[in-house]
Write a protein that binds this ligand. Sequence first.
Ligand SMILES: Cc1ncc(COP(=O)(O)O)c(C=O)c1O
Length: 377
Amino acid sequence: MTIPFNKPHLTGKEAHYMYQAVADGKLSGNGAYTKKCQQFFEDRYGFKKCLLTTSCTDALEMAAILCDIKSGDEVIVPSYTFVSSALAFVRAGAKIVFADSMQSNPNIDAEKIEALITPRTKAIVPVHYAGVACDMDRIMEIANKHNVLVVEDAAQAIDSYYKGRPLGTIGHLSAFSFHETKNIIAGEGGMLCINDERFIRRAEIIWEKGTNRAEFFRGEVNKYGWVDTGSSFLPSEVIAAFLWAQLENLDEIQSRRKHLWELYNTGLSPLASSPNSLIALLGLPEYATNNAHMYYLVCKDLEQRTALIKHLKEHDIQAVFHYLSLHSSTYYADKHDGRDLPECDRYADCLVRLPLFYDLKDEQVKYICDKIVTFIG
Ligand SMILES: Cc1ncc(COP(=O)(O)O)c(C=O)c1O
């Protein structure tokens, strides 16, 4: 039996809470489970306001509306990221100015951002790849100096920290994903977090189709109506009920994933020091924590990565590469300004992700490490 790259983990209470939501007779969004989940995140991490969404992509689209992105505005986004980090802003009319990754890890190189700022820059979107923090002090310093907004794409970054501060609490806005490949899942799901209080009221309105329905149900206004733009960004209570079962087990899920991650790291560390093999260690800067979202290797070139993935497949292990550079994608290549982004291209060619999920067994990790060591040896 093949060891899959990912297998969604169920805590056992999901169906029970989903049934409970049905039995309570409140299935549309912003009900009891939605409120419980949002409160959980606000209490645990200190976000000023959380709003569950149907995906991280939706949360990023809400962020683009809140940033008031208009045609011709520029948004700085790393090229090594998922489509949504850029697409959400493109849909609002932005021109994406792609930034390169660091040499030491795939995150945006904060030192190269300032040179990309122009009078049209509206926002910077740092993506915490693999749940590892970008250099947020430097990014906020540049943003404040030039009066631009920061939207953290924290899709992979639940329960991870930058200098002791939870990721997603530092930028003006941030977006998380609960897609089935993430540490905490809801099938499809996401969350917008608002740290700058100026945006809270408008965010609630955008969330509920441009209406002030949330204020009405809190008794703050005596009727509700259409007051702004928006969409149906909120998930149903069934999704929130599923997510609640996961949140109750967040610490246990994190501790199991970190254990597996450490097993990989112990098994593969020796490879990092071998001159022409693989860089086995995730480049964890001293300011960042590891939330065990991912274990990846960076091969020396595309040829080596292709051979490694094939070798693992022959041993029933599914290892996968990740993003293709967005600046040279079919959709954006002719809109890109032509700058080379060599670090991004290197990660697109050389990075490979290994299976990492809650139900993966210790012996399976040891088996995978063995097969990689044999390949290199
Ligand atoms: C960095 C990043 N941003 C955004 C997304 C989009 O998340 P969702 O599938 O919840 O829309 C993903 C999904 O994997 C991602 O990895």
